[in-house]
Design a protein around this ligand. Sequence first.
Ligand SMILES: Cc1cc2nc3c(=O)[nH]c(=O)nc-3n(C[C@H](O)[C@H](O)[C@H](O)COP(=O)(O)OP(=O)(O)OC[C@H]3O[C@@H](n4cnc5c(N)ncnc54)[C@H](O)[C@@H]3O)c2cc1C
Length: 503
Amino acid sequence: MFDVVVAGAGPNGLMIACELALAGVRPLVLERLTGPTDEQRANGMVGQVVRMLDRRGLYARISGSDAPPQPAPGFVFGAFPLRLAELADNPLYVLPVPQRVVERVLGERAAELGVEIRRGSEVTGFDQDDDGVRVTLADGEIVRARWLVGADGGRSVVRKLAGIDFPGVTSDDSVSRTAHVSVPSSAVDPATGGLVIAGYGIVPPFQHTRTDRGLIVWATLPGRDPMISTVEWPGSLEFDAPMSLDELLASAARVVGAPVVARLPTGDGPHLMRRLTGGNTRLADRYRAGRVLLIGDAAHVHSAIGGPGLNLGLQDAVNLAWKLAAVVAGRMPQTLLDTYESERRPVAQRVTMSTQAQSVLIGPGSDITALRVLFGELLAVPDNTRRIAALMAGSDVRYDLGPGPDLVGRWAPDLVLDTGNGPVRLAELTVTARPLLLDFTGTLAAAAAPWSDRVDVVSAKGDSEATALLLRPDCYVAWASTSDRPDVDGLRAALQRWFGPAG
Ligand SMILES: Cc1cc2nc3c(=O)[nH]c(=O)nc-3n(C[C@H](O)[C@H](O)[C@H](O)COP(=O)(O)OP(=O)(O)OC[C@H]3O[C@@H](n4cnc5c(N)ncnc54)[C@H](O)[C@@H]3O)c2cc1C
């Protein structure tokens, strides 16, 4: 019997497998595909997840850079440029890497941690009782587990078999087209890197450029062919032929009102040639049914606008894993798992609010143009830009973790600590995914000693408004003090609430 079976080795299934392994559980991952998929999805990660990966030592491996992540100087929201460099405390981090790189690194990390991934194993059914789950595979094999995590994507079989509803809306009026292209150097503006279109002007790079007729994006990423994307609202979504470069260029010409010239790329692929019609915004009405839990796209689907998917899903995985591991180990009651849904489902609701709002803002027509004039005026106020940046980053999330300073329930800020052996970044202390007590008073080690098998204590000096911080493995602050004489009873209560009785 396995402690945990994870259905799906997409990014979120791999992430929870790594986190479970760090927490001492050996999960089995079942993946229906026999090898990595050719499908091209995310072009990058946007938001707090970039820093979360840094806090597991994965940012350097995915980005190929030893330097810590830095906030993005600019980004886009609903085809509005966000001037983030002007913000004093910019919360938005972006890591522009293809999803297949993220999946490769997470797969390698899972293997290092001893996770078993069985490819060519499709989950087709399960039944559960109070003791566990019997998972049925397409070839008839039965795998027994104490818990099943559905990380099997938007069409999740696990979600459907668990009887969990997936209410929301399906839109059927938009077509988005994307292709890698090659253009002559004369078509690239040397000053901005934008795409020069005779009769229209310059489409700036990475911005979403809206006209009354649709949207066009020109993206140039290092080591990859440039990409042109369009979105239109044509009224009919019937297509006879597969997507082609000519179809994309005709769409781009309609959007900008002038001919657009490009060729197919000549270098090694994979080259993208994609048409997507319509879209879904749906949220599971429960994240748990008995011994079955959902994460990632199995729990929520939405437009990819603004790139929020991996920020949401990978942090679902990080939130659930340590809780599930504590329940598996018998240290914590199953009620701890209720906090997974109560903390993460509202975050998914905010993401769908954000993607639906952006989808309206990029829409065609003069009424949307009027709305954009007003929205543009609001975005000229830096505080509003900061608010949108925090929404996209997910840094405005505050879980209800009980009373205390404002830091409680928030994701721990990046800190540089002096532990007596030179400066240490907080991200270096969280790679083990163990609970962490940061004690800036040097007085709390004795109070936390009964939890020393589970909780690391670091006495340090740090540039923080707090005098002590208790971090859960997902880096959210479970307890904090701003007093020189911290409330030791409050600390013990938080240790017990999140990590179980004193040892
Ligand atoms: C066009 C597009 C662009 C996107 N761009 C971005 C972006 O720029 N940034 C961003 O953050 N996000 C983006 N996203 C969203 C992101 O790709 C998803 O959120 C992410 O892939 C979800 O990961 P997942 O692991 O939950 O599901 P998936 O990636 O769907 O993985 C599910 C896995 O489960 C397997 N599986 C399915 N059924 C079974 C079964 N019955 N048994 C066993 N295995 C099964 C599948 O084969 C698959 O490997 C984009 C999505 C799309 C479609």
